[in-house]
Structures are given as C-alpha cells and as structure tokens.
Design a protein around this ligand. Sequence first.
Ligand code: ADP
Ligand code: MG
Length: 147
Amino acid sequence: MIEFSTVSKVFPDGTRAVDDFSLVIPSRKTTVFVGSSGCGKTTLLRMINRMVEPSAGTISIDGDDIAGQPPVQLRRRIGYVMQNSGLLPHFTVAENIATVPVLQGENRKKARTRALELMETVGLDTAMANRYPSQLSGGQQQRVGVA
Ligand SMILES: Nc1ncnc2c1ncn2[C@@H]1O[C@H](COP(=O)(O)OP(=O)(O)O)[C@@H](O)[C@H]1O
Ligand SMILES: [Mg+2]
C-alpha cells in the first residue's frame, strides 16, 4: 500500500505542482493516474521514489514513511516499465534484465539464469539474450523492460 497524506509540492520557481493531495493506493490492485496535462501526475510519481521531495506532507509504503529510507534502497525495491523502454543501451538484453540483482550482490551466473527465465515469462526468445536494445523492435524492448 502506498499512501499520500496531505502532500504538496512547490518548485523553486514558485510553481505549485501538487496541492494538499491525499490518496491510498492499495496493494495488488491496478491503479491508474489520469488527469489533464500539467496537473501533477509525474510530480506525484517522482515523489514515490524520492526523485522529487515533497514540500509538505508524507508518503508511506506499507506504513513506513519513505522520507527516512535511503533513496537507493528504496528505488531498488520499485519496478519500473518505461514507455520509451528505458534500457541501458550498452548492456545486452540479459544484462539489462539482471541489472538490479547484480547491483544487490547476486552472482552473475545466477542472475543470468534468472534473466533467461524471465525472458521466457514475457514471451521473448532467449536467442535474443546477447543482443543490444537497438537490435530489438519497440515491443520487444518493452518486454525486456517488463522482465
Ligand atoms: N522542475 C520543475 N520546476 C517548475 N515547475 C515544474 C517542474 N516540473 C514540473 N513543473 C510544473 O508542475 C506542474 C505539474 O507537472 P507534471 O507533474 O509534470 O504534470 P503531469 O505529469 O500531470 O502532466 C506543471 O505546471 C509543470 O509545468
Ligand atoms: Mg507527466
């Protein structure tokens, strides 16, 4: 569960991007943020992983205030699928999928085995494991992002 509690964000130039926003996002449900351009959706999402710090209010994950959590560890616990793939261009498909486990100290061989399993899960031929993102179609790149 992610909870926004009376969150506001005022950028240094005075723009009030988010004003006294509260919302509970339940676990194991799909939640969609819909709103007009410039209403604050991206700013709110960027506050969940501390890319943007709120000016007021608190954000908690499973009851713990994220303000007290180291940003790097916090971000490694969050999965992201980017619209424009967001893959590392100099890493192969398998290396991209294994990025976070390797950062967390998993040995490379195990991480690669798991990456190949995940490729199958998302319907990608494991023969593509050693390709670079630029050698994949847009849809295939997105599936690497999901994996
Ligand atoms: N770094 C920033 N400095 C000043 N204003 C910003 C900054 N980032 C976003 N904004 C402004 O904050 C408002 C909300 O932006 P944003 O969260 O990106 O909207 P959305 O994703 O809903 O389209 C907009 O008016 C935008 O121009
Ligand atoms: Mg946006």
